[in-house]
Ligand binder design. Structure first.
Ligand code: ZN
Length: 411
């Protein structure tokens, strides 16, 4: 495939960097082409059309070619309808008030445990389909609504089954410690995760039945606090899972420091991140995954994104797609980050490409348009790439390409 004579090709990087930081150069080429071989790998970039006349030509004149977008934090494997909670939130109910009334995660958990794997697969697939038409070519997917060994295993088997037939790549995360199961204390819940869930996850990994890569914990006051979070992440690491967890969302607990000490690859949310936390994350290059839709919907205090970026914390953006933040659009997430969180558009683009790839340990294969990387692209029917963010809530996405295959096109 040859993406021919694009008005702009936004390469993001030319030298195989792992991250981009403040106000980055996006390495934009004008009137250039990209060639992708049959294995779906980028083989050439530039003024190359004469060399590739036997390739399938996609005419990109007047259009912009960007790397495929990467959503590094989602909870797309759920069941049940929580539209009623939207009204409660508009009337002023907080996340914890809804949670304490048996709504939120507790409601979703009951629905997930009642649903069959087939029902879960259908919901997951429909979410992925909608993410693809918004430009997503790689999506992380967490378990976390099971709150029991059986429920967590059902979710991971669902994600595994769907990922095998999905047109885009789905990256699995085990989130056994998402909320306290009804009737269990924090300590009892920790014991259930460590003694029952993790050994079962390991067994299924050994049998090649599931392929989680990350261990996640909802580190929050009154739920899983610092000590239990640490124990669970370390136990997950023992079976080969990389720590990547929720922290500093509703309260400040020094979870950023914990993540830096433990060698976490990423920490998500960070609304209550402290100066020390910023310093620790910058030093250890822990990716800060910002979730602007959740902050917007729950009216949380804004995370210190400007300070993070200016201090050298590699920063990614993700949708947090779930029944709370019902949004699978990374372009809309980028618009929110620019409008509400003082991110520059070039920083927002790196946050859903290269930095998001780093958060998922995939910076060597995706996240930029460079020779040797996978041919994952979003093509915009617009004269400059900024239209992806500027045209709010309905970006001019013309085609989405995964490994050289068209997975969405606007007709
Ligand atoms: Zn989340």
């Amino acid at each position: 495939m040859l993406l021919s004579k694009a008005k702009q090709i936004v390469c993001i990087s030319k030298t195989g960097e792992r991250f981009k930081f403040a106000n980055p150069d996006l390495c934009v080429l004008e009137n250039s082409s990209v060639a992708i071989n049959e294995q779906g790998v980028i083989v050439d970039i530039g003024d190359i059309d004469e060399k590739y006349q036997n390739y399938k030509i996609i005419d990109c004149r007047g259009r912009c070619v960007l790397p495929g977008l990467i959503d590094a934090h989602t909870h797309p494997c759920y069941a049940g309808d929580r539209s009623g909670e939207f009204k409660m939130k508009l009337e002023g109910a907080t996340y914890m008030e809804i949670h304490n009334k048996g709504g939120g995660i507790m409601y979703t958990s009951r629905c997930v445990n009642q649903a069959s794997q087939e029902e879960l697969e259908q919901i997951l697939e429909s979410g992925i389909k909608r993410a693809i038409r918004n430009g997503t070519t790689t999506m992380e997917a967490k378990s976390g609504f099971g709150l029991s060994t059986e429920g967590e295993v059902k979710q991971l088997l669902t994600i595994e089954a769907v990922s095998k037939r999905s047109p885009i790549e789905i990256v699995q995360t085990y989130l056994g410690a998402h909320a306290l199961p009804p009737g269990l204390s924090e300590k009892q819940a920790e014991q259930d995760v460590i003694q029952n869930q993790i050994p079962q996850i390991k067994k299924l990994m050994d049998e090649n039945k599931i392929h989680p890569e990350f261990v996640d914990v909802f580190c929050e006051k009154g739920i899983y606090e610092i000590e239990t979070t640490k124990n669970i992440l370390q136990e997950g690491a023992k079976i080969g899972l990389i720590p990547s967890f929720h922290g500093e969302e509703l309260n400040h607990l020094e979870s950023a420091k914990l993540g830096a000490d433990l060698g976490a690859i990423a920490i998500s949310h960070l609304e209550h991140l402290s100066q020390e936390g910023i310093k620790a994350m910058a030093e250890k290059k822990v990716v800060g995954v910002i979730l602007p839709t959740t902050q917007f919907i729950l009216k949380l205090q804004p995370p210190p994104v400007r300070e993070m970026i200016d201090s050298g914390v590699p920063t990614a953006l993700a949708t947090d797609y779930c029944p709370n933040a019902y949004c699978m659009s990374l372009p809309f997430t980028m618009s929110l980050a620019c409008l509400n969180l003082k991110m520059r558009p070039n920083e927002a683009l790196c946050a859903v490409t290269l930095n998001a790839a780093a958060a998922l340990n995939r910076h060597k294969t995706i996240g930029s348009i460079e020779v040797g990387k996978q041919g994952d692209f979003v093509i915009l029917d617009a004269p400059t790439w900024e239209h992806l963010i500027y045209q709010i809530a309905d970006s001019p996405i013309w085609k989405v390409i995964k490994k050289g295959n068209i997975v969405y096109e606007y007709l």
